[in-house]
Ligand binder design. Sequence first.
Ligand code: CTP
Length: 398
Amino acid sequence: MRPFEGRRILLGVTGGIASYKSAWLARLLSQEGAMVDVVMTKSATEFIAPLTFEALTGRPVHTALIAQGHALDHIKLAKAADAIVVAPATADFCARAAHGRADDLLAAILLATEAPVLICPAMNDRMWAHPQTRLNSKHLREIGYGVLDPEVGALAAGEGSGEGRMPEPETIVAHVARMLDDASFKGRHVVVTAGPTRELVDPVRVLSNRSSGRMGVALASAAWRRGANVTLIAGPLEIAPPVGATLVRVETTEEMSIAVQRAAANADVLVMAAAPADFRAAEMATAKIKKGSSAPTIELTPTPDILRESAAHMRAGAVRVGFALETNNGVANARHKLESKSLDMIVLNDALEPDAGVGVETNRVTIISRDGSAEEIPLMLKREIADIILDRIAAHLE
Ligand code: CTP
C-alpha cells in the first residue's frame, strides 16, 4: 500500500520563488496516494499558476477566502485535511501565522484546523536570520506546529548561497509521513546498518560485494517515519541516504564494528542489514600490485563478526536482528545463524533468486524468530518488507 493512500493533505503555497518546487511536492504526494488540496496565497499565484497544481493533483485549487458561493471553504478544507503542509512559507506568512491572523484563506485554515501542521519556511538568508523571523518560527513551534528549518544552499539568482532554501520535496514528504504516523517507535533508538563494506587490498583495489544498501535504507526510513531515533551506519551506498536518520559513514568492517559498538550501547534495536566483508587482506600492499607475469596470491584474514560481538555491548531486552543471504539450505543455515549469534530474529533472503536480494528494489524473505516460527513473505518492495519486519520487531519489544 502506498504511504498516503486514503489520506487528504492540504498543501499551502505562499509567494516565494521556492514555490516552483511545490509543484513537485504536490506530484509526489499524489503519487504516494494522497488526495491533495492546494491552497495558494495571492502572491503565490504570481510565481506559479494554479493550473499547474490543478493538472498535477487533478483537483481544484483554492485561492480566495470568500470565493463566489463558497463562503465556508476555509472551514470545510480545514476539517477535511489529515495534515497540512505549508511549503514554501514566506517570512510574511510565518509572521501572520505566528500572530493568528486570518486575513487570507490559508491563514484562516490554520486557525480552523485540528490536523497536524508542518511549516517549511524558505526565504532570503538575511530574512531567515532576522531575530523577528526567528521569534516567529519559535512561536510557531510553541503553538504546536512542526517547523522544518530551511537548508543551506543556492538562493535566488544573485543572492549566492546561504541558509534559506526550502528542503527538497522528498524530504518534506518524509516529514509529513512521520507526522501522520501512529509513532509506534516513539522514544526508541534504532540502529540499522546498510550496504557493503570495502577492504583495501592495495591503494586502489578493494574486496567488497554487490550490496546496494536498499534494504537497510528502507528499514532506517520506515523506523524514523514510525517515530524512532535512528542511527544508520552505512558503507558505500548506491542510493541516497534516508531522511531523518543520523548517518555514520564507514568504509571497512572494522570501522563498521566500532561504529555499531558505539551506537548500540544505548539502542533498543539493532538491525544488521549490511553485508560487511567477511575477509580482508592480511596485509594491505602499500603500492599498487603490478600485473607481472603471474597472478598474485592475496592472503586473507577474517574481519570481526559485528552482529555476534554486539550481544556483549547491548542492553538486556534490546532486540537484535540479522539478515542471512544464502544460496542453498536457506532456512537451516539461517536458523543456525540465529542460534550461533543469539539473535531475536533473522531475515533470510535467497542470493540466487531473481528480483530478490542484493541490488534490486524488491525482495522475497522469510522471517525466522527465536521461538522457531518461519514466516514466508511474498515478493514485494523492500520498503513494504521493511514495515513488516518493523511490525515483528515491535512485537518483540513488547
Ligand atoms: N555480519 C556481521 N559481521 C560480519 C559479517 C556478517 O555482523 N563480519 C552480519 C550480517 O550483517 C548479517 C548476518 O551477520 O546480518 C549474517 O550475515 P551473512 O553474510 O549471511 O553470514 P555470515 O555470518 O557472514 O556467514 P556466511 O558468510 O558463512 O554465510
